[in-house]
Design a protein around this ligand. Sequence first.
Ligand code: DX5
Ligand code: ZN
Length: 219
Amino acid sequence: MSKKLIAPSILAADFGNLQRDVEMINNSKADWFHLDVMDGVFVPNISFGMPIIKNIASHATKTLDAHLMIVDPDRYIKTFAELGMNYLTVHYEACTHLHRTLQAIKAEGMKAGVALNPHTNVSLLEDTINDIDLVCIMSVNPGFGGQSFIENTYSKVRKLKEIITKNNASTIIQIDGGVTNKNAQQLVDAGADVLVAGSYVFRSENPTETIQGLKDLLA
Ligand code: DX5
Ligand code: ZN
C-alpha cells in the first residue's frame, strides 16, 4: 500500500458535540474513523458502547475501524458487524484462540485486525500473519488518550514489516498512541500504513488543518 492513511480517534472528540466532530472528520482529509471500545477489565478505563457507536456510524461517511480493548471479544463480533464496522481489531492478549477469532470476524464480512500491547513481541504473529488484515501496534499502553509515544515502536514496526514481506502477506500496519507530526514520517519510513491520532488532532486549534497537515507530511 503506497497511500498512507490517517485515522482520527473519536476517544479524544467532544462527546457533547459528537455529531459536529463526526462531520468534521467527514469533511476533512482523514481516511478512517478509529473507535476505541474499552471494558474496564482488559484496560483500566471504560469508553463508549453500542448506542454511541450506532450514532457515530449513522453520521460517518468513511471507513469504520473499531479497536476492541475488551476481554473475550468473540462475544460481540456479530454485534459490531451489525453496527457497520469495516475493520474489527481484537487484542492478541485477550484472545485464547486468536486464529478462530480472526476467522469469525471475517465470516461476518469485516477485515480482521490484531492489536499488540507494547510488551508483546511481533514475532508472535508469524504463524497467523496471512490471516490478519491489519496489525495495530500500540505505541502507548492501551486505556487512555494523550500519553507519550514509546520509542521502541519503530523497531517493532520494522520487524513486523519484515515478517509481512517474508510471508508475502498483504497485512497493513497501524500505529496507535502518541502519534504527532514529530513521529509520523519516521513511522511511515519504518513501514506503517495507518496512523491513529487522537489528542494531537482534537486538542489542536484547528483539527481539520491538523489532519491536512499530517496527510501533507505523508504525501
Ligand atoms: C488508547 C487508544 C488510542 C487513543 C490514542 O488506548 O487505543 O486509540 O485514542 O490517543 P492519542 O493519539 O491521544 O494517544
Ligand atoms: Zn485505539
